[in-house]
Design a protein around this ligand. Structure first.
Ligand SMILES: *Cc1c(COP(=O)(O)O)cnc(C)c1O
Length: 412
């Protein structure tokens, strides 16, 4: 991959025609180090957040050897790059064929489940294997997170003890409990609360867990969402673990996705047309900007132009390149008033659930990848400021700005 100091150097050299993912592996390395230094837990990277090979390779080079995978293609991807990585198939609902291939072809031994049927399916598909690590996923409250993940997966606290007991009896290997507090969790104490619920379920089941897996949910910085320091999350996790009824040998695991990769990537897009306060970009809802469209997150933006720009900022919305009218990103995105066709716009904090979500709809979706040295637009790791300044609105734009600030979504 080619390296540019800054996005403007790329624009000057060859005005790219397709969207470009500007990637910073050094930031993934810093994030991986932070988790290893500050959290007394094994780290399993949740591959779905960003399955780019450079991400997996950077994590491997920086001490992360375990991966949370949810499909055979994700398993093949990681196995191809790291033949001896530890893989955990943490999707609570898997096909029999996928379980069988994972176990027999790829050496996967760690499986999650949230029902008695899934437990029976896993045992069946592995020919009653005795060496399984079975992790029971429990549903927990997701107050304080941008994306609630408890509606789809996880067994209710009331029913969890019977499943924990069944899992314990089903394997001669390890048994664990997991949960996910919701993605982009803004409240550190959510972890302590979930761990206390997990502990109660284990006590009621009358079993000890070999593994307590606290899932993902660790936040990044977006406009209007400046989370508490990551140290506060580590404190909550350590306090929660200390209060749990567990053995001395019980392992603590975590599965961060977003927090390891969000800062690492920005997307360079080209303005193909302007109509008033609407910019028509070459990337959108079906490309790398899924969350900007579907969750209406007002990601931070910068104009990349070889030349001076109007110092006055104006609120813009973006349209993507496809012919679908839902291919719209409402923002507001603050850019110089004179932004025009042919300009480039860099959209920051796109490393998690950005490039990972792109489709080929309508013939779009090609994205090039280059390395850049420039710092991210914001950082949880002290590499840039920890909040994204919101421009001072002019009269008339105030309403849009306050709407963006109050935004809290409960989806995914
Ligand atoms: C998506 C997912 C994660 C990662 O969540 P983040 O909020 O990105 O940290 C971790 N574990 C499981 C089981 C997931 O589905």
């Amino acid at each position: 991959m080619h390296t540019y100091h800054a996005p403007l150097d790329l624009v000057r050299e060859r005005s790219p025609e397709c969207p470009v993912a500007l990637v910073r592996p050094g930031i993934v390395a810093v994030a991986a180090r932070w988790f290893q230094d500050k959290l007394k837990a094994d780290i399993l990277y949740a591959v779905k957040a960003n399955p780019s090979p450079w991400v997996i390779e950077t994590l491997l080079a920086n001490g992360v050897r375990s991966f949370d995978v949810a499909s055979i293609p994700e398993i093949e991807l990681v196995r191809g790059l790291a033949p001896d990585a530890r893989l955990a198939f943490m999707h609570p609902v898997k096909s029999r064929v996928a379980i069988r291939q994972a176990y027999f072809d790829h050496g996967v031994r760690i499986f999650s489940l949230d029902s008695h049927d899934e437990l029976a399916k896993i045992l069946d598909a592995t020919d009653q294997a005795k060496d399984l690590t079975l992790i029971v996923r429990m549903a927990v409250a997701s107050h304080g997170s941008a994306y609630d993940l408890s509606g789809k997966f996880g067994i209710d606290a009331d029913a969890a003890p019977a499943l924990l007991l069944a899992a314990r009896r089903a394997t001669e290997g390890l048994m664990g409990i997991s949960f996910h507090v919701g993605s982009q969790c803004m409240r550190p104490t959510a972890y302590q609360g979930a761990m206390s619920a997990a502990s109660r379920a284990l006590v009621r089941a009358g079993v000890f867990a070999d593994i307590v897996d606290i899932g993902g949910g660790f936040p990044s910085v977006y406009p209007g969402m400046a989370p508490p320091a990551l140290e506060d999350y580590a404190d909550s996790v350590h306090r929660g673990f200390a209060e749990m009824m567990v053995h001395e040998t019980t392992e603590l695991w975590c599965e961060p996705g977003r927090a390891l990769v969000a800062e690492s990537t920005s997307i360079l897009t080209k303005v193909e047309a302007r109509k008033g306060d609407a910019l028509y970009l070459n990337d959108g809802a079906y490309g790398n900007l899924f969350d900007a469209a579907h969750s209406k997150w007002p990601f931070p933006v910068k104009l990349v132009r070889d030349g001076a720009a109007d110092p006055t900022l104006k609120a813009f919305k973006f349209f993507g390149p496809t012919c679908d009218s839902i291919d719209v990103m409402p923002g507001p995105f603050w850019l110089p008033e004179d932004v025009r066709e042919g300009d480039y716009v860099e959209i920051g904090m796109m490393g998690a659930y950005g490039t990972a979500m792109a489709t080929r709809f309508n013939g779009y979706g090609d994205t090039e990848t280059v390395l850049v040295d420039e710092a991210p637009m914001a950082s949880m790791y002290g590499l840039a400021r920890r909040s994204i300044p919101t421009p001072r609105p002019e009269i008339g734009a105030v309403v849009r700005l306050s709407r963006a600030r109050g935004k809290k979504r409960r989806r995914r």
